[in-house]
Ligand binder design. Structure first.
Ligand code: NGS
Length: 286
């Protein structure tokens, strides 16, 4: 909160421009050339970033405060390959951001939806945010024209194209990878389902929750809504065979399975120079 208070005491700044002049466009570094940079070095590279992974533009007043939410477990290399790209990009985009790593600190099957809900609730306890970017840890943004902003007309699918599918949209309903919700949109859809353990389905579910509450879904053009997905050690890891069963009843459960029923324990909160790290655990699939 200190950062925001300091800014408020400054002389009134002009609103940030819609398209900052600091943008560079598409980068061409190959995914294998992306270095993994450890946190201490990242902190030294970006001294402007304040504790907890917060930064706001100093030359203009941003109209939106954004939480970047990165669900995490055991992907140290991915996270520290993403951040050296993400942090300077957000600075060039003149976003007022805070980076939250939300770690599943239990050996139960990974549950991304529940992590999204936990991150939303805990981030809102720590500060006020207008916009939430839900960001897979293995997605490296390639073009800074892909502004990390929210849109009140609807949630946005930012990762339209990935290297894995030759930078095209594989199916029209694709809504995974990197998406944005305003605080109100996320509340209105009752967050994500807590019932997807393992790979797959939770992104299709959150798309339909948004659609079911009457939101128009937006997608960035593949011209700049593009990412390189870091290669996984094992593709299809923990692919969840039960997901179709959960998926079938998704809309009936929307109001009784989500933000209002997310049950988890916080096992640690770390305010580090480049991110706020929140660890949670929860019961296994029941
Ligand atoms: C669908 C999955 C989504 C997933 C998408 C693309 O089949 O969760 O494939 O995956 N839906 C279900 O399993 C119900 S990808 O090939 O990009 O890894 O996001």
């Amino acid at each position: 909160k200190a950062g925001h208070a300091d800014a408020a005491m400054n002389v009134k700044l002009a609103p940030c421009p819609r398209f900052p002049k600091t943008l560079e466009g598409r980068t061409h570094a190959a995914i294998d050339e992306r270095p993994l940079i450890q946190p201490a070095r990242l902190a030294a590279m970006f001294p402007e970033v304040q504790n907890g992974g917060h930064h706001e533009p100093t030359s203009c007043q941003s109209d939106e405060r954004t939480a970047i939410v990165i669900p995490y477990r055991d992907r140290w290399d991915h996270l520290h390959t993403l951040l050296p790209v993400l942090i300077p990009m957000l600075m060039r985009q003149q976003i007022d951001f805070t980076i939250y790593v939300i770690e599943q600190d239990s050996s139960t099957t990974f549950n991304k939806g529940l992590l999204f809900n936990a991150a939303f609730l805990e981030a809102m306890n720590m500060d006020d945010y207008d916009c939430f970017i839900l960001h897979d840890v293995d997605m490296i943004p390639l073009d800074d024209r892909n502004l990390y902003r929210c849109n009140v007309s609807g949630p946005i699918h930012l990762s339209a194209g990935t290297n894995k599918f030759n930078y095209s949209v594989i199916y029209d309903g694709l809504f995974g990878g990197v998406v944005s919700f305003t605080r109100e949109q996320f509340r209105t859809i009752n967050g994500a389902s807590n019932m997807y353990f393992g790979w797959g389905g939770e992104d299709d579910d959150i798309r339909d929750r948004a659609w079911n509450k009457g939101f128009k879904l937006l997608r960035k053009p593949v011209e700049y809504g593009v990412y390189d997905m870091i290669r996984h050690r094992k593709f299809g890891w923990s692919n969840n065979p039960e997901r179709y069963k959960v998926f079938t009843t998704r809309l009936k459960r929307q109001d009784i399975d989500g933000l209002n029923t997310a049950v988890y324990n916080i096992t640690g909160v770390g305010v580090f120079p480049i991110y706020t790290w929140i660890s949670v655990n929860f019961d296994a699939d029941i």
